[in-house]
Ligand binder design. Structure first.
Ligand code: ADE
Length: 261
């Protein structure tokens, strides 16, 4: 059971997104709880001001420290009353890159996960100083706020909570769980606009299908993400398949979307 609290100025962004598909079902099954808190509710002034101009001047607004500190105090207090602790995450492009390994640690987390979503130009530095949150980046690009990253963390972790996905094998088999990209998938019909399904998948021959898929996964990884193969040792079967791939030449592999050939 994963328990997540999100602190944000835009609660609807989170509420909407977790109200669909697997995240919705995970909540219905009691495997995930997401509570969304509006930081404006923790402001102290009549106008509920959560941001202000930066000291020293410059463009943009900075999120005020006090509402954030009060919100985190409140959540920590609540957790303590229930005999729990919190783990505070702060999405930021300066953070440690988020990986599947970290998704796994989140999925297994016993503490309540609190995600603080920053916005505007930044957050008053005293929030970092006082709370020392774990800063997490979802990639080397800059987003307008921490809400989309928060959803990425929640999504990646939730699908690894046992019982969330119907078929436990799909988690074990898939891309990145053993650092290979996924093999191609096909469903009915057997022909779409003249494009057919590889014969072996229609053969019913389980071992041949397994080997074909493994080889495809290796081929894609070798061509698109050779770094993932370089960093791991291969079983003798994988090494044999990879030798086949190399000797066949890899130029027949389709070009990845968005890339030139
Ligand atoms: N906030 C803005 N950009 C971000 C990123 N790349 N990762 C995490 N949080 C962010």
């Amino acid at each position: 059971m994963l328990r997540v609290d999100v602190l944000t100025l835009f609660p609807e962004m989170i509420v909407q997104a977790v109200g669909h598909s697997m995240l919705k079902r995970a909540q219905e099954k009691g495997l995930l709880t997401v509570q969304v808190h509006n930081l404006r509710d923790y402001t102290l002034d009549r106008h509920k001001v959560a941001d202000d101009v930066p000291y020293g001047g410059g463009a943009g607004m900075v999120m005020k420290a006090e509402p954030i500190l009060r919100a985190v105090d409140a959540l920590r207090g609540q957790a303590r009353t229930d005999g729990d602790e919190i783990r505070l995450l702060f999405p930021s492009p300066q953070g440690r890159p988020f990986t599947q390994d970290q998704a796994r640690t989140l999925a297994a987390e016993r503490r309540r996960i609190v995600i603080l979503c920053g916005h505007y130009e930044g957050v008053d530095e005293r929030v970092r100083e006082a709370l020392q949150p774990e800063e997490v980046s979802v990639g080397d690009y800059v987003l307008t706020g921490g809400e989309l990253p928060a959803l990425i963390l929640i999504d990646a972790a939730t699908r690894l909570v046992p019982g969330v996905l119907g078929d436990p094998e799909s988690v074990v088999e898939e891309s990145f769980s053993d650092s290979l990209l996924e093999y191609p998938h096909y469903t009915r019909p057997a022909e779409v606009r003249g494009m057919t399904v590889p014969e072996v998948l229609l053969s019913g021959h389980h071992e041949a299908i397994r080997l074909w898929r493994r080889k495809q996964a290796l081929r894609r990884t070798y061509v698109w993400r050779p770094d993932l193969i370089r960093d791991r040792s291969l079983s003798s079967e994988d090494q044999r398949l990879l030798n086949e791939i190399i000797s066949e030449g890899v130029s027949s592999t389709p070009v990845r979307c968005g890339e030139e050939g």
